[in-house]
Design a protein around this ligand. Structure first.
Ligand SMILES: NC(=O)c1ccc[n+]([C@@H]2O[C@H](COP(=O)([O-])OP(=O)(O)OC[C@H]3O[C@@H](n4cnc5c(N)ncnc54)[C@H](O)[C@@H]3O)[C@@H](O)[C@H]2O)c1
Length: 369
């Protein structure tokens, strides 16, 4: 490592200048729910075209175990440069908790797996300069599998509480109170929370990278499939709760005015990728509801791959607007919302986040979903 210098450029022609090149391009799923590695592959080709001796290449994109060795390495070494001698290759997963001010990248330990000892040593030395702790592992596959384990663990545990939410609701038990009570156990339990469905570009997607590679090895990832089934059924469940709640008011969904609060996939971020808000909006529109949304972080809905026709701007939240709505649906509990104020002016609130738990004197009828 010669000097600590970072410079932004949009020119791939200069890719031979840095000592370290980090690939963290998107890794989505295809329509057939298979890994779409086109971004990684095109980045690797662009780097290979200019690869020079001494460079360290690190893949950070979340992907299935084996990608660094089986996909990236052959592209980089096609020109004749030898890994571990002429250039170096490692995998180090990105770890981030967007919207959580408690963690910034330098405070999060970084797992690093090198193709061979020299690559590991270089990559660990590089990340050691910028993060609090480097966790070296034996090979890229362990680092790749580690990231998928972390996200699969979340997807499965969220599915578990989503299933319990539906059961406990039918039994008249508040699942949020149950989780709060279980949290008092000082060991062996970590709290996960139910919601309107998975969102973001990691948790709903990454586990299926493992499912795909498992199939290639003749195995099924049954936990992942089941979790996917439960989590993707959540928007339809929420819509059924809205229909029941409106029914109590002698109103059909068709023609009812419904405002969704929060289109970002999680609290206090402006990222709508994979947000269940889009699925909820589409299901409600299909049933003939008159739908608005408000999100202080998303003034206009961007075109989404699976929902290209949902074009809408954020509706200003006023007393008049809230009073005019048959139902307000809480999709994402941004801190900017004043739940007491909303509760005082809305007539019916369907709450997927337990956001109304501390609302003062709500006039609204509140339904957990
Ligand atoms: N953002 C997170 O919180 C987070 C957390 C953990 C893991 N990841 C993983 O990191 C990867 C990237 O995610 P992201 O949210 O940063 O994605 P992103 O959509 O923000 O894209 C990252 C960058 O890749 C660039 N890019 C796209 N295609 C490219 C190409 N062909 N060549 C060069 N650059 C290209 C984009 O311009 C963008 O700057 C994914 O594999 C994701 O699963 C992200």
């Amino acid at each position: 490592m010669r000097e600590n210098r970072f410079e932004a450029t949009s020119s791939f022609d200069r890719i031979d200048e840095p000592d370290v090149v980090i690939i963290c391009v998107p890794t989505p799923l295809t329509d057939a729910r298979e890994p779409d590695l086109t971004y990684i592959i095109s980045s690797a080709h662009a780097i290979a075209a200019k690869l020079r001796p001494g460079q360290l290449i690190v893949l950070e994109s979340t992907t299935y175990p084996g990608t660094t060795r089986d996909v990236v390495l052959p592209i980089l070494s096609a020109g004749g440069l030898k890994p571990g001698e002429d250039f170096f290759l490692a995998f180090s997963p990105e770890r981030e908790d967007p919207g959580n001010p408690q963690f910034s990248a330098p405070t999060i330990p970084k797992v690093v797996g090198g193709l061979e000892p020299a690559s590991l040593e270089l990559a660990a030395a590089f990340y050691g300069k910028v993060v609090v702790r480097v966790v070296p592992v034996s090979c890229p596959e362990v680092a790749e599998a580690c990231k998928i384990l972390e996200n699969t663990y979340r997807a499965i545990n969220i599915a578990l509480v989503n299933e319990l939410k539906m059961l406990y609701d039918r039994m008249g038990i508040n699942v949020w109170d149950v989780i709060e009570a279980a949290k008092s156990k000082p060991f062996g339990f970590q709290a996960f929370y139910p919601g309107p469905g998975l969102g973001g570009h990691c948790i709903p997607i990454d586990p299926f990278y493992l499912t795909w590679v498992a199939r290639k090895h003749g195995l099924a990832t049954r936990f992942i499939e089941l979790a996917g089934e439960i989590n993707t059924a959540m928007p339809a469940y929420v819509v059924s709760k809205i229909a029941d709640a409106l029914n109590e008011d002698c109103k059909p969904v068709k023609g009812s005015k419904i405002t969704l609060l929060g289109m970002a996939y999680k609290k206090d971020v402006d990222d709508p990728r994979e947000s269940p808000g889009f699925e909820l909006m589409e299901l409600l529109l299909k049933k003939g509801a008159m739908v608005h949304y408000n999100d202080p972080h998303i003034p206009v809905l961007p075109p989404m791959r699976h929902y290209p026709n949902l074009r809408m701007s954020s509706q200003e939240l006023t007393v008049e607007h809230l009073r005019s709505q048959d139902c307000v649906l809480i999709v994402t509990d941004h801190s900017a919302y004043d739940w007491s104020w909303i509760g005082q002016h809305a007539a019916l609130i369907v709450d997927t986040r337990n956001a109304m738990k501390n609302a003062i004197n709500p006039r609204a009828r509140i339904i957990r979903a």
